[in-house]
Design a protein around this ligand. Structure first.
Ligand code: MN
Length: 232
């Protein structure tokens, strides 16, 4: 097969302790999935889960022990951090039941759902799509994937983020409104999941702005820490 120009490279994420990388197909994100974060966004009560996507090449893979770099994006004056547990799908399927869902997860990683909050807010107000607030270049930094068998009990692990060494977000994955199995059940009812899909599972409270020069360090208990610097 030949192409009219060279195809873009396949986005991929490093795997802890392995030379092989995890090829990324899609980035699927869950909105408002921790109670205290829903509250700080102005919502209460358990609503059905909802989803948005980022392009696969929005990911910024960061190796273990290294600090990645993202550019401060265009148009915004309010770039927010959202630290999230990422479930990395190894086996696809549609209409997966929550009880069967965990075996579809190849591994876990720590990710950041970077958000142009001012632009997202404007789109919300107008009832328009969120893409301009969520789906932009370098909006999804992600650390190395830990295979599920080595990841421990991520469903009840601490999740945290520090900016320049100061605590910004701290909670527990056990506080997810929709847990990992339920997320996969809902996602796979709407879309056929495929190997390489990444699911960003939502962020706890404490989201706030970062500026050029800030260093973000985040983690989920049992997984490799993610470190990212915001360039100018
Ligand atoms: Mn998010």
């Amino acid at each position: 097969m030949s192409f009219v120009f060279p195809p873009a490279p396949t986005p991929s994420v490093p795997v802890l302790g392995r030379a092989e990388r995890f090829p990324v197909r899609r980035v699927i994100c869950v909105g408002r999935n921790y109670v205290e974060h829903a509250k700080e966004m102005g919502f209460t009560g358990r609503e059905p889960p909802f989803f948005f996507f980022k392009p696969a090449d929005a990911i910024v893979p960061v190796n273990a022990g290294e600090t990645g770099s993202i550019a401060y994006p265009s148009l915004t004056r309010d770039l927010h951090h959202e630290i999230e547990l990422v479930a990395c799908i190894g086996t696809g399927g549609r209409s997966i039941l929550a009880a069967d869902a965990l075996k579809h997860i190849w591994g876990y990683a720590v990710g950041l759902d970077m958000t142009r909050r001012d632009l997202q807010g404007e789109m919300k107000k107008q009832g328009r799509p969120w893409e301009i607030g969520k789906s932009f270049e370098q909006s999804a930094p992600i650390g190395p994937i830990t295979p599920a068998a080595q990841a421990g009990d991520v469903a009840n692990a601490e999740i945290w983020l520090k900016v320049n060494g100061q605590d910004r977000q701290r909670s527990n994955v056990g506080k997810l409104i929709w847990n990992l199995g339920e997320i996969i059940e809902h996602v796979s009812a709407a879309w056929e999941l495929a190997p390489g899909d990444l699911i960003f599972t939502g962020t706890p409270e404490g989201v706030a702005a970062v500026v050029a020069g800030d260093t973000l360090v985040g983690g989920v208990g049992g997984l490799e820490t993610l470190s990212v610097k915001v360039a100018g």
